[in-house]
Design a protein around this ligand. Structure first.
Ligand SMILES: NC(=O)C1=CN([C@@H]2O[C@H](COP(=O)(O)OP(=O)(O)OC[C@H]3O[C@@H](n4cnc5c(N)ncnc54)[C@H](OP(=O)(O)O)[C@@H]3O)[C@@H](O)[C@H]2O)C=CC1
Ligand SMILES: CC(=O)N[C@@H](CCC(=O)OP(=O)(O)O)C(=O)O
Length: 351
């Protein structure tokens, strides 16, 4: 039974990394109670069977995927489901009267044709793409207030966009010069097994993948183009690194003037003033993934090169927290008009 006064939350995909992280973080949310954890393949099984770390903390059986039943048990649903699945399921949940925060890429691109080109699935109907609010909290957060449907940004786009947008908006970098070199831990690929994330294939190894083909390219370009007021294209290369959590996005761009690292620090601190989850490092200090692990922080550092006229911007996040479940809860807080930090007060786990 829901505790009186709390918002009732259901999680579809609760047996995946994004879903199980939502369960962890929502344990300490003062205004939310999880009333249903949902699985399409293991309904009826106790969740702690697949996730023994939840023993004594969340002991409930997994429910099946039935939108009408979910609407009877919950007020809001987090869909931590693969792309293609969310596209079909989310409209049914919205029609059942639920609020939705979707963690997949299915509703992030406003143009359905772009979605089909990059994701290789049929796009959701335009009406849902229009309804979806792209929830990059520190940039478009005011759009989330009172919204009923949030499309949570991708992990790589979160790190990348938070690192680039203040400089693009200020007109300090050349939009046609941006190169993004991004690296992710293997949890970014989800809990499913594949040769790509097999221990012997990734341990002591470093792999570049999906060069110029990654589905996050149009998401990054869509947001940068909106901010720049012109079409922006980027070169984007992703790498898999042998760690569990973390994304580092290293971005290179030509500067339009002779800016110093301190200039960038001042610009970004002004842009993110009052936003608790972006930490702009002092001039010359470059953040590492471990410094945000397990937390909702995005840390940003700069190296300006007067010799080449280029700025290097380094942005780090925990892909499952700020890149997925944490930002989803931050979006929930913004939707509901609550304090942005509720349920997110985690100090990074170090070392
Ligand atoms: N991992 C990350 O760092 C990030 C992930 N994302 C996105 O979030 C979403 C979830 O990712 P992640 O948790 O890593 O993925 P996982 O593969 O770990 O989990 C996805 C879950 O979806 C469930 N699922 C599969 N098919 C269906 C279906 N037809 N109906 C309902 N549920 C289904 C599965 O559970 P079951 O079989 O029990 O139903 C599975 O556990 C994806 O869209 C991903 O791209 C976004 C940002 C970062
Ligand atoms: C390490 C790794 O494999 N990461 C995944 C991120 C997937 C993801 O988050 O996909 P959507 O945001 O599009 O839903 C990838 O690069 O495809």
């Amino acid at each position: 039974m829901a505790v009186e006064g709390k918002l009732r939350a259901a999680i579809v995909g609760s047996t995946g990394y994004g879903g199980v992280e939502l369960i962890r973080l929502l344990q300490s949310h003062p205004k939310v109670e999880i009333t249903s954890v949902i699985s399409s393949s293991s309904a009826g099984a106790p969740i702690e069977e697949g996730f023994p770390h939840l023993t004594g903390i969340v002991e409930r059986s997994l429910d099946g995927v039935d939108p009408a039943e979910i609407a009877g048990r919950a007020d809001i649903v987090f869909t931590a489901t693969p792309s293609g699945v969310s596209a079909k399921l989310v409209p049914q949940l919205l029609e059942a009267g639920l609020k939705v925060v979707d963690l997949s890429g299915d509703f992030r691109l406003k143009n359905g044709a772009d979605y089909e080109q990059w994701y290789k699935h049929p796009a959701p109907a335009d009406a849902y793409l229009e309804q979806a609010v792209y929830g990059l909290c520190e940039v478009f957060g005011e759009r989330a207030a009172g919204a009923g449907f949030i499309s949570n940004p991708g992990c790589y786009p979160t790190a990348t966009l938070l690192g680039l947008i203040p400089a693009i908006e200020a007109g300090w970098i050349k939009p046609d010069s941006i190169i993004i070199d991004a690296k992710s831990g293997v949890s970014g690929a989800g809990r499913g097994t594949s040769l790509m994330v097999h221990f012997a294939e990734i341990n002591e190894n470093l792999k570049a993948y999906k060069i110029n083909k990654h589905q996050h390219i149009p998401e990054i370009e869509q947001a940068l183009s909106e901010i720049a007021g012109e079409q922006v294209t980027v070169t984007f290369t992703t790498h898999l690194v042998p760690m569990n959590r973390g994304i580092m996005s290293t971005m290179y761009a030509g500067m339009k003037g002779s800016y110093t690292e301190q200039d960038f620090v001042d610009l970004y601190r002004k842009y993110y003033a009052g936003r608790p989850y972006v930490r702009v490092r002092d001039a010359g200090i470059i953040p590492a993934t471990k410094e945000v692990s397990g937390s909702n922080y995005c840390d940003i550092g700069f190296a300006a090169d007067a010799r080449t006229g280029r700025i290097t911007i380094v942005s780090v996040i925990d892909n499952i927290v700020k890149g997925a479940a944490g930002q989803a809860i931050q979006n929930l807080n913004l939707m509901m008009g609550w304090e942005e930090t509720l349920g997110l007060g985690y100090t990074p786990v170090y070392p």
